[in-house]
Ligand binder design. Structure first.
Ligand code: ATP
Ligand code: MG
Length: 419
């Protein structure tokens, strides 16, 4: 679990702001659910035989009533719980997004942490394939907005439960034939959740998994048509993809379209975003049956990829640094600074030691180090004339002009537009 400190936290805020603007363009609205949910929600929602539920959840007992609780390992189940609890679908579908920390007890490594952050989008109450496409286009637009390249889209369709049943039988028969090549986990899952074996992280099993029966070959006409609509919309919008028949995702709740955005630039933790349709989860969690689709991206991985590509935001610096030669002028200085800030100017104030304000030299040194573009010098002579000195720090000119405190509104906007 990591502390996120400045200036790194500035990059987080920058990314979050880009997401907010983009979500608004697609008419997705923010939802905030608790970080703790009843354990049963995740067991029912994600599936008992999944990596998350079997070994990654941080669960504990509520000390008052003995209720089993879990730090959320993902947010879809919580969003669905909230949607059901508040009957959010009573007047039609809802487009929602969230950002926040998730918790999984995994082996920490690059791109894999125990507290990590996801940004996710969920569209609930919509059955049309165009919403699957909208979701994918939304994520794709985000990569473009951020300037990310080297991200490829993998698509698959998991079909419907009846189609999965036929495939499941074939899959079990196939893996039974190759029992010797299965690892312990796969052997354990063979009869409880054979599809999960396809999601194995064990490199030794990749060949076996690659030759396994493909779910896509078991899809009926309706599922294929749904998948086709998604692909047609994507190609018309200039988004390219590959179909990956092994893509099954880590939770049991998916059906029909599933997808992942993957990069080769982050080593083995290359999936930056994953999602799909989950038409049975709402009912599973106790709501009235309704279709839905969603995705979640890993914030740490996206930020790492941005860094890898030399992208991100410029460091934050104050526009103005206030130099206060004499403590006696502090009240006047603070009052003007407050005014400047209310006009939208960022001002960093020089701070005194217990001994006094410090020399001008040391104050200017601090002003330089702050990265500010201007120093505002509150000399007592200038103040006596009702003025303050504005000194340019960045353009090398050292230009300084006296400005009337009374007319601060005018020169404040000039400072800002000068950026
Ligand atoms: P992986 O296969 O890498 O374990 P996952 O299938 O478990 O990923 P999801 O549950 O689909 O991941 O979560 C969506 C995204 O959240 C992932 O694509 C990834 O970018 C990010 N993510 C998942 N687990 C972690 C983690 N432990 N640390 C950092 N990011 C993570
Ligand atoms: Mg995982």
């Amino acid at each position: 679990m990591n502390d996120i400190l400045p200036p790194e936290s500035t990059r987080w805020e920058w990314l979050e702001e880009k997401v907010r603007v983009l979500m608004d363009r697609y008419a997705y609205r923010n939802i905030r659910t608790p970080i703790v949910e009843p354990t049963g929600l995740f067991v029912r929602g994600l599936g008992e035989v999944t990596d998350i539920v079997e070994k990654e959840m941080y669960s504990f007992e509520d000390r008052l009533n003995g209720e089993q609780l879990t730090l959320r390992p993902e947010s879809t189940a919580g969003v669905v719980r909230a949607v059901v609890e508040h009957s959010l679908l009573y007047d039609g579908g809802k487009r929602l997004y969230y950002m926040g920390p998730m918790f999984r007890h995994e082996r920490p490594q690059r791109g894999r942490y125990r507290q990590f952050h996801q940004i996710g989008a969920e569209a609930l109450g919509f059955s049309g394939a165009e919403i699957d496409a909208e979701m994918i286009l939304l994520a794709d637009a985000l990569w473009k907005e951020l300037g990310l390249t080297d991200v490829r889209l993998e698509l698959n369709s998991l079909g419907q439960p009846d189609e999965r049943r036929a495939h499941r039988a074939a899959l079990i028969a196939y893996f039974e034939q190759h029992q010797a090549l299965l690892d312990d986990e796969a052997r354990r899952r063979l009869h409880s959740n054979p599809l999960r074996i396809l999601d194995t992280k064990n490199p030794a099993m990749q060949r076996l998994v690659e030759a396994a029966p493909r779910l896509i070959d078991y899809l009926g006409e309706k599922s294929l048509a749904h998948f086709n609509v998604v692909q047609t919309i994507l190609s018309e919008s200039g988004v390219s993809w590959t179909v990956n028949p092994r893509l099954v995702r880590g939770m049991d709740y998916y059906n029909l379209t599933v997808f992942e955005f993957v990069t080769d630039r982050l080593g083995s933790q290359g999936t930056i975003c994953g999602g799909g349709r989950y038409d049975y989860l709402i009912e599973q969690i106790g709501g009235k049956s309704a279709p839905a689709v969603g995705w979640a991206l890993g914030v740490e991985r996206v930020l790492e990829l941005l860094k890898e590509q030399g992208l991100g935001c410029p460091a934050l610096v104050p526009l103005v640094f206030a130099v206060v030669p004499d403590a006696a002028t502090l009240p006047a200085a603070m009052s003007l600074m407050q005014r400047l800030r209310s006009l939208g100017v960022s001002v960093q104030m020089h701070s005194s030691t217990g001994e006094g304000m410090g020399s001008m030299k040391s104050q200017f040194k601090k002003a330089d180090a702050s990265g500010a573009r201007y120093a505002l010098v509150f000399g007592s002579d200038e103040l006596a004339r009702g003025n303050v000195l504005v000194k340019s720090l960045r353009d090398g000119s050292g230009l300084q002009v006296e400005r009337a405190i009374e007319q601060v509104a005018e020169w404040a906007s000039a400072l800002q537009s000068d950026r």
